[in-house]
Ligand binder design. Sequence first.
Ligand code: NAD
Length: 266
Amino acid sequence: MSDTATSSADRPSPGSGPSTTASGASIDHGGRPTPRGTVVVTGAAGGIGRAIVDELVARGQQVLGVDLADGIVDALAPVEGARGLRADLGDDEGRADVLEVLGDEVCAGLVNCAGITRDGLLRDLDDETIALVLEVNAVAGAALAELLAPRIADGGAIVNIASRAALGNVGQVNYATSKGMLIGLTRALAHQLAPRVRVNAVAPGLIATEMTAAMPEKVLAKLTARVPMDRMGLPAEIAVAVADLLGPDTSYITGQTVFVCGGRSI
Ligand SMILES: NC(=O)c1ccc[n+]([C@@H]2O[C@H](COP(=O)([O-])OP(=O)(O)OC[C@H]3O[C@@H](n4cnc5c(N)ncnc54)[C@H](O)[C@@H]3O)[C@@H](O)[C@H]2O)c1
């Protein structure tokens, strides 16, 4: 998807109009080039979220990174083109804060990346724990998309970070359900917002971040052994897919879930 022969500095800047493929073909993006404006990235203090922020600013995009983590504002302060907002996206107030901070800024897109795990077999999970995972991983993404969609400029895009776990994992019934919801949201919202705004999902497999570092080593080794590419993925490998789906070169892709999982979903 990404043109690996082209460095990010060589790529056309977002909103610069029709682009040209490596073979010289011109893509006019249906008259809707990727708009300039802010991309909101949630979960921006996490491993994958931060990699997405870094990839987007390297491509010339402005980013508002939102996270529950206290350090988010300081972490993004030195990053040119990015700024941070601390907000709990698990409730309406935190989601409203995002709108307030944006003010009347034009929005170019939204990446719903904030997520949590509370693993366990269904019989061991209480209702509160199940509800929390569904709220943060899926309901928050839907609510933010609803709030921001009217402000996303024509040609903008939404990318939801789902998971390969949506296909099913032992002990992740709540997490897998939440990610399945995100994939359904992606497809339904893509219908609703077309042709103005595209909506896609990226479903990572095992990626080396704090989330997977929290897993027992034995479990991790067992899971990695099932990955055809024979290793865990890197946050940057997710970020490139996300940035491509937000960018002008994927102007005819909407409602899709791209599995970036080293072949684990095959
Ligand atoms: N790491 C993996 O192997 C993997 C695999 C598949 C999918 N994912 C998904 O990718 C996304 C990022 O995961 P990661 O590995 O970077 O995890 P991470 O734990 O490093 O990052 C998640 C971030 O979300 C933030 N967050 C959690 N609850 C929040 C809330 N209520 N409001 C605002 N922010 C909140 C956390 O503070 C954290 O910074 C998640 O949605 C996760 O489900 C990760």
